[in-house]
Design a protein around this ligand. Structure first.
Ligand SMILES: CC(C)(COP(=O)(O)OP(=O)(O)OC[C@H]1O[C@@H](n2cnc3c(N)ncnc32)[C@H](O)[C@@H]1OP(=O)(O)O)[C@@H](O)C(=O)NCCC(=O)NCCS
Length: 314
């Protein structure tokens, strides 16, 4: 089979979305594979955010698989990686991954990661052959949002700030994420959420300084889907007050979900971030699905016990 691997074009997005749903729906054995993830969308938002960081695999019939790279500064992850089910086990994912590694190289990514099915020897083995190592589980958790709680004080939404305050907030966010892990930069994710109307960035202040932040998606067409809000990335400033800031961040994200009419808030947390994971459990979050985090090199990155970070790398 002759394969061409190149960035996806806008015309490919419907086909990429179809293959994405069919592949996961088939792997998971859904009665209607195309119903996978409902009206949540991962393919279009990620393409719009960075078309040059997408890869399609094409044979003579057209698109047969795709992969997406997300760059958060020095850190990057890939996915969703999907191949048309009738063409599995013929080396298409391997070909896409070869180009994915070249893309990480070009982007200067220092720490690379992915989220996959821990029960699948094929998945773990495939990624391990590219130097990724299986680490701790990442539970993706959810909680119904209580209908009538007042929003916490000192909570703000980036979209509602005046231009000068917003510019200051962007700088503060940059310093906060860099303190979590040197080079970690969420600017692209924040810009994509705002520009594409996927959601907003929640800010929590303590004595005037930024204590925590989260990029949240909400509703149909975003990565959350109808009825849900989803924390794409959240973090509390490291230090002695991190636990408290993290609690307030969760309350603020729940308040954002409630205000936007979502019934539940979804957030992923790697279980090696023990304190953050415990905080979610104590607050009544339940695991709805779990994957295993794999990283290259096999270093902790943001999956450390004292890291108050929310993300899942799906
Ligand atoms: C996962 C998926 C992308 C793989 O695509 P694919 O084109 O079938 O994969 P490839 O044929 O390129 O590679 C599979 C590799 O796994 C290896 N493999 C299979 N079973 C294995 C096992 N038990 N242990 C170790 N390796 C195994 C194969 O030998 C092959 O490696 P090889 O090229 O050295 O022979 C595809 O099955 C898919 O779309 N699944 C549904 C969506 C999904 O799960 N996406 C990934 C989420 S992280």
């Amino acid at each position: 089979m002759t394969l061409d691997i190149r960035p996806l074009t806008e015309e490919d997005l419907s086909a990429a979305d179809r293959i994405f749903r069919l592949a996961f729906g088939t792997f998971l054995g859904l009665p209607d594979p195309m119903a996978f993830m409902g009206d949540a969308d991962l393919v279009r938002p990620r393409w719009r955010a960075a078309p040059e960081a997408t890869l399609g695999a094409y044979d003579a019939t057209g698109l047969v698989g795709s992969n997406f790279v997300t760059r958060w500064g020095s850190f990057g992850f890939f996915g969703p990686l999907t191949v048309r089910p009738d063409l599995w086990d013929r080396g298409i994912a391997r070909a896409l991954l070869g180009e994915t590694m070249a893309l990480f190289e070009r982007l200067g990514t220092r720490q690379m990661a992915l989220f996959t099915f821990p029960q699948s020897a094929k998945h773990v083995g495939l990624y391990q052959s590219f130097g990724f190592w299986p680490q701790a589980l990442t539970p993706v958790m959810a909680k119904a949002v209580a209908p009538a709680e007042p929003p916490p004080p000192d909570m703000a939404l980036l979209s509602r700030l005046a231009a000068d305050e917003r510019a200051r907030a962007h700088e503060e966010i940059g310093r906060l994420t860099n303190a979590v892990m040197p080079g970690l930069d969420l600017a692209g994710e924040i810009a994509a959420a705002a520009a594409q109307g996927l959601g907003d960035t929640v800010l929590v202040r303590e004595g005037g300084a930024l204590a925590a932040m989260a990029v949240c998606h909400v509703g149909a067409g975003s990565e959350a889907g109808s009825g849900a809000a989803y924390v794409k990335f959240g973090a509390a400033r490291p230090g002695k007050d991190a636990a408290r800031a993290f609690e307030r961040l969760l309350a603020a994200c729940e308040a954002f979900a409630r205000e936007r009419g979502a019934e539940r808030l979804v957030a992923g947390v790697n279980s090696a971030r023990r304190e953050a994971y415990r905080a979610l459990l104590a607050r009544g979050y339940r695991t709805v699905l779990q994957g295993v985090a794999m990283q290259r090199p096999d270093a902790p990155g943001t999956t450390r016990a004292d890291c108050y970070v929310l993300d899942d790398w799906r």
